[in-house]
Write a protein that binds this ligand. Sequence first.
Ligand code: ZN
Length: 448
Amino acid sequence: MTEAGDRRLWNAHVETLGPAELRTLESERLAAQIAYNHRTSPFLAARLDEAGVRPDEIRTVDDLARIPFTEKAEIAASQRDGDVLGANRCAPLADVVRIQGTGGTTGQPLRIGFTRRDVQGYCEMGARALWAMGCRPTDVVFTCMNFSLYAGGLSDHLTFETVGAATIPYGVGQSERLVRMMAAIAGPVGVWATPSYAVRLADVAAEIGLEPRDLGIAKGFFSGEAGLQVPGYRERIEQLFGLAARDMYGTAELGLHSGECEQLQGLHYGGSGFAVVELIDPDSGAVLPFADGQRGEAVYTSIRREASPLQRMRSHDLLQVFTEPCACGRTSFRFAALGRSDEMFIVKGVNVFPLGIQTSLTALAPRVTGEFRVVLDRPPPIDYAVPVEVEVARGVAAVDHDALAREVAGRLARDLNFASAVTLVPQGTIASERKTRRVVRAYRGEQP
Ligand SMILES: [Zn+2]
């Protein structure tokens, strides 16, 4: 028997499937799932019936496009009647063992159920992601996320246990105690947190006279924020602590499913056999070719889910996918998360993503804090200079503000190809809690 820590991939069979084998697996499971959905959820059945599609006509992944989309808002609406899981509940409550809810800044919270088999699936996907990120059974990992309704708490925590890491459920808060506990452990430790919380830990360490490297954090598993994708941020955290930082990704509905391998060429999709991902044009809903470099909104369809299956559920998350082989040996597609489709806006045919603005502002640090907000005060088409509020650092003299605002606007025009009307606002003005709304559509009554 080999040591569990020796193997290169968590699930070598599934993670190295060729395209034809993967397609066969997905098609078989899709057909079974759609038949199950039709049998057990009147809502999901009606979706097919209205489109004139019989469940036995869904035989391969090519047939997916015949199934109408579902929206999270529809499921959330069906839960407002008091039904604990709502219209896509397909398993009896006796079989449901966990309910998690969505976070996010928009829409109604959504309750999502898991059976025992669903939980196993969640842990399997998460373990593939964590293994790719370098998590091993020999690791000691502090999990520092909020153990709440949110799936990125308890459920993700359990994926670390699935890998076999010695997992310490720390949660959030009591940061000084955490720092002391880390420093008291002689060997290296790992941490799962948001990137900004890691930076905070460095400050907490300094307050009690410790260097960040005294904490012995060798591995950082990061989620909950797009921080690591901002140029320079990963390097900053890695150098601060002397750790290897890896990004992970999931959605509340599907679970933690993807993580970066050591090649750092995007997030490896770890949900093969559990959910099929399509890309669509967020405006027209047209299915886009799943080709290297393609950008689009992810649409998820569960193919092995009992309690709350996703049936062509729109995520409103924009991804860019990479389908070229990865040197690590995994055959799954990789992707970059570009942000919410409702946070993207189009200026004269150019798609602008908040992450792009954040990246441009990084080049102007430390004169700007990196916090910003776009306020769209008129409906599309956007043929005007886009109002952007940008936080100016405290140390910048007022006399220099006009020139800095012009510099920011010039930077955005050069990097992202759109005209902006930049207003500098004082540091601390734009809320920096976990999920700040970056694009406010004031023309339809949205508030910052
Ligand atoms: Zn790889």
